[in-house]
Design a protein around this ligand. Structure first.
Ligand code: ZN
Length: 426
């Protein structure tokens, strides 16, 4: 389906405005020579003011919610209809790029701006949320903004402290918010119909596929394990090669197997051994013990379980053949977040409309949509970024790609009214 309104949309000038606004927000930083903007800092509040002003100018009613998210609402064609929330985050990592998070918020403002200019009202309200914390840079806990909307802040979060010993509770007060009032940011299930997030890919797949846009199928789940290989330490000169239980040789064999077996299983799975300690750790001693971490991620829970079982049994076979021992213990697990099928279809149609095809891909990084998906259906659109680089000042996107993204974003929003099978709340 193709809305006649799309032809009235001047994507080029809207994309230029998005790029310019990304540059403007990049100036709001705690450091003069790099971009760092953390939750509840004076810079965060300044960014909120700035974005709130742009929302207002686009025809939205604007407020800052009880956890410090900046929110705007554009009413539908009837009062109090549920909202489709278009969101992303305005906080950054240290020494960040200028598009991770901000792109999704600023692009959404352009869509509302156009609807307002054309005096188009939809059967749903549109809300834009600039989440205050997604990255977790300041307090080491993540998704504080989106968990404000779902109302799932654990009690313990208020006492978490930043590097200066300032608690979340104190920071809320310093920002003019009320720690006792954070529950007011929570939204009723009925008030929101769906959540859509546009974000840079943060990986190289779209660039490799020569596509500006892609539709996200799921946000990868992850498991992390501490693993240990135990052999027998011994003299590097005196123990013959046939009589060794070399823990590092066993670990090395397993590392190669991890890489190979993960590739063989496919299904978007990735596995990484990112740390390794070898003991006793001397040039003239056979390694007796190797400790390492295994990180596996993928878009489907069952595939993760199967891969992990396969990797661990392979580790067991390797140590049996070498007379060593192997143990692994999981210390972190997050389930994959599936994007809603109906929203994926809407996004696919919109992306196909502007790009001719709609590549599908999982997200390897976490997003606000993880928290929101606990309450409402979520969908995500990825925009190609140069070299897949993010969380770095070299993060880069093109104005042309943003123009494509804006056209797709507008098409999704315009098509919303024509789809009656979307769930409203859950
Ligand atoms: Zn992000």
């Amino acid at each position: 389906m193709s809305s006649p309104w799309l032809s009235h949309f001047t994507a080029q000038s809207a994309a230029e405005r998005v790029m310019w606004r990304c540059d403007t927000l990049a100036e709001i930083s705690e450091d003069s020579d790099q971009l760092t903007r953390v939750y509840l800092s004076p810079q965060h509040l300044r960014a909120n003011t700035c974005v709130g002003e742009w929302m207002r100018e686009a025809g939205m009613q604007v407020w800052q919610d009880a956890v410090g998210n900046i929110c705007g609402r554009y009413e539908g064609n009837l009062p109090d209809v549920p909202a489709v929330v278009l969101g992303s985050h305005l906080d950054t990592v240290r020494n960040a790029g200028r598009y991770d998070g901000m792109l999704g918020v600023l692009a959404s403002i352009e869509v509302v701006r156009f609807l307002h200019q054309q005096q188009i009202r939809l059967p749903v309200a549109l809300e834009i949320v600039g989440f205050g914390d997604e990255e977790g840079t300041r307090f080491g806990i993540t998704l504080l903004g989106s968990r404000g909307l779902t109302g799932t802040w654990p009690e313990s979060w208020l006492s978490c402290q930043d590097a200066q010993g300032i608690s979340v509770s104190q920071a809320l007060t310093q920002a003019g918010l009320c720690p006792e009032g954070i529950g007011r940011a929570a939204r009723t299930p009925q008030s929101i119909a769906a959540y859509l997030e546009m974000h840079i890919e943060q990986g190289p797949c779209l660039e490799h596929d020569d596509a500006a846009l892609g539709v996200v199928t799921a946000i990868n789940g992850a498991r992390r394990l501490n693993c240990v290989f135990q052999g027998t330490a011994g003299h590097a000169g005196t123990v013959p090669m046939t009589q060794r239980q070399d823990a590092l040789a066993a670990a090395a064999q397993w590392m190669v197997a991890v890489e190979q077996l993960t590739q063989e299983q496919g299904a978007g799975l990735v596995a990484t051994i990112g740390t390794l300690q070898c003991a006793p750790g001397a040039a003239n001693v056979i390694p007796g013990e190797v400790r390492l971490t295994l990180d596996v991620r993928g878009p489907e829970e069952q595939a993760l379980t199967t891969l992990l079982a396969n990797l661990l049994s392979h580790g067991e076979q390797i140590v049996q053949a070498r007379g060593c021992r192997f143990a692994a213990e999981e210390y972190y697990r997050i389930a994959p977040t599936r994007c809603d099928d109906g929203l994926q279809r809407l996004l696919r149609e919109a992306v196909t409309q502007v790009q001719g095809r709609a590549p599908a891909l999982p997200s390897g990084a976490g997003h606000d949509a993880i928290a929101i998906a606990e309450r409402w259906p979520v969908g995500m659109l990825f925009v190609r970024c140069k070299g897949g680089i993010s969380h770095h000042p070299d993060e880069s996107i093109t104005t042309a790609d943003v123009g494509q993204a804006l056209r797709a974003w507008l098409a999704v929003v315009l098509n919303f009214g024509e789809n009656s099978d979307l769930r409203v709340g859950v």
